[in-house]
Design a protein around this ligand. Structure first.
Ligand SMILES: Cc1cc2nc3c(=O)[nH]c(=O)nc-3n(C[C@H](O)[C@H](O)[C@H](O)COP(=O)(O)OP(=O)(O)OC[C@H]3O[C@@H](n4cnc5c(N)ncnc54)[C@H](O)[C@@H]3O)c2cc1C
Length: 447
């Protein structure tokens, strides 16, 4: 493709930067616009007082085939380190170790009630095996076509597995790792995640989760593309001559655009000139997220990485991630750091509060889980994610099916990329970036 073709990518998260690199490799001239002064989006790594704090995304799974292929292509496999995968569940006032990606560990853990373990073995694992072909991380809409996404995982689980399955397994996993509640999450997505979760290894990135986006941005620049940080796109307008972006009071014209922001800003950008896309985006729901980094002058003194809480066993916290136990060197020698995820039902109400109020809300749970550690906190920082995580509500996978059929974007040269097009994960974002680049390239070549 001639490099006189100019494409704008809005958003420098994993979806946008993956798309930028793919297009650049095809000879397209790319400009990436990022509102924040850093790359990464929801994979941000905050460098603070010599600590590298993964402010949101923490780990990558062995089922992330597109992400792993990209890591190999970028030549950074040596920075990907297998994490011990040791987690813990708080139950009845104390913590119990569990390795979520291993069925034998889950069955042995004191964290899960006996009834849940028996039902896992007798009912849920055979169910996942039976429906394996319809539970695909890269085509989650198949679960809807197979009739597996008509209700929430809360109602499916209560009926098929009993309430303890929801309280001690589904709730801690969804609230801790996906910022979503069982009542609002479709059974289809949970079954997809559970199918892969039965046997999974987890990895962390040396240098922090943002390393992927930082290396992608480096390669885009080295290949002649531009990455403009601290540059918000305010408006977008398409005419027969191309698409014009308004950036800091000026206008720039492009032959094509990848809108790789979270769904709410994408909807606002597209409302006036691309009503069909904006209308489809109306069906994407999100829930704000809130995380708090706590720097410690000593390690937390536990063996596990992620501690999650069942429903009603914590007042404001869904999970606490012990950074020094991730398997990579993110924390100075002899120190520690915690990243605390606020409960998804509590986060929206605290999003606009000042830092002190947010800290006061989470500290009682931190004190309970780590007695005596509070006096070792040297600094705290709050991270706000107003567009948060996509909520894969019951019926959303069918909505995704309509997008996949191609009728929403039609043959437009403005395409969408973002984790909400697959699953709310870095794998979903990388897959969305790759497929968006492919769709746009085909449309640019066809014209
Ligand atoms: C608390 C939390 C924990 C998570 N943990 C994990 C995990 O452990 N593993 C995992 O795989 N996934 C995890 N995720 C999910 C993962 O981080 C996301 O799925 C992924 O980052 C989505 O990538 P994206 O490129 O689609 O969007 P984003 O990462 O959200 O990037 C979108 C970018 O667009 C920019 N933008 C928005 N509007 C504009 C505009 N108008 N102009 C210019 N730029 C704009 C934003 O600033 C942002 O940088 C987590 C998410 C959260 C919130």
């Amino acid at each position: 493709m001639s490099n006189s073709v100019r494409v704008a990518i809005i958003g420098a998260g994993p979806a946008g930067l993956t798309a930028a690199r793919e297009l650049l490799r095809e000879g397209v001239n790319v400009v990436v616009f990022e509102a924040d002064p850093w790359v990464g989006g929801k994979t941000r790594t905050d460098r603070l007082d010599g600590y590298q704090i993964d402010a949101s995304a923490q780990l990558f799974g062995s089922m992330y085939t597109r992400f792993l292929a990209l890591v190999d292509e970028l030549g950074i496999r040596d920075r990907l380190v297998r994490s011990p995968g040791r987690d813990a569940l708080w139950r009845n006032g104390r913590m119990h170790e569990v390795v979520y990606g291993s069925v034998s560990s889950m069955l042995a853990s004191g964290g899960l009630p006996l009834k849940t373990k028996l039902r896992l073995g007798a009912t849920y694992l055979p169910f996942l095996t039976r429906h394996g072909a319809d539970l695909d991380l890269h085509a989650p809409e198949r679960a809807a076509a197979a009739g597996l996404d008509g209700e929430s995982i809360a109602s499916w689980g209560e009926r098929e597995m009993g309430s303890e399955f929801i309280d001690y397994l589904v709730y801690p996993q969804l609230t801790g790792y996906y910022g979503a509640l069982p009542e609002e999450t479709g059974a289809g997505l949970y079954h997809v995640l559970a199918r892969y979760g039965v046997d999974v290894a987890v990895f962390a990135l040396q240098g922090g989760a943002a390393t992927l986006c930082e290396v992608l941005a480096e390669r885009v620049r080295a290949g002649g593309g531009e990455v403009r940080l601290g540059t918000r796109v305010d408006a977008l307008e398409t005419s027969s001559g191309g698409t014009t972006l308004s950036v800091a009071g000026a206008s720039e014209r492009f032959d094509g655009v990848v809108v790789a922001t979270q769904a709410p800003p994408a909807r606002e950008l597209l409302r006036a000139s691309h009503p069909a896309l904006a209308g489809w985006l109306d069906g994407v729901r999100t829930r704000p997220a809130l995380t708090v980094g706590l720097l410690l002058d000593r390690p937390a003194g536990v063996r596990y990485f992620g501690l999650s809480f069942p429903k009603d066993e914590a007042s404001a916290v869904a999970a606490i991630c012990v950074q020094e136990n991730k398997g990579v060197d993110l924390v100075p020698e002899g120190r520690g750091a915690l990243v605390t995820f606020v409960r998804p039902d509590v986060a929206p109400g605290l999003l606009g509060a000042d830092g002190r109020t947010i800290l006061d809300a989470i500290l009682p749970d931190v004190r309970r889980a780590f007695p005596g550690l509070e006096s070792h906190i040297t600094r705290a920082r709050v991270y706000r994610w107003p567009a948060g995580n996509p909520i894969v509500y019951p019926g959303y996978l069918a909505h995704l099916g309509t997008f996949r059929q191609g009728g929403v974007e039609k043959n437009e040269r403005v395409v969408l990329a973002g984790d909400y097009l697959y699953t709310p994960s870095v794998e979903g974002a990388v897959t969305a970036g790759t497929t968006a680049a492919r769709r746009l390239r085909e449309r640019l070549t066809a014209s």
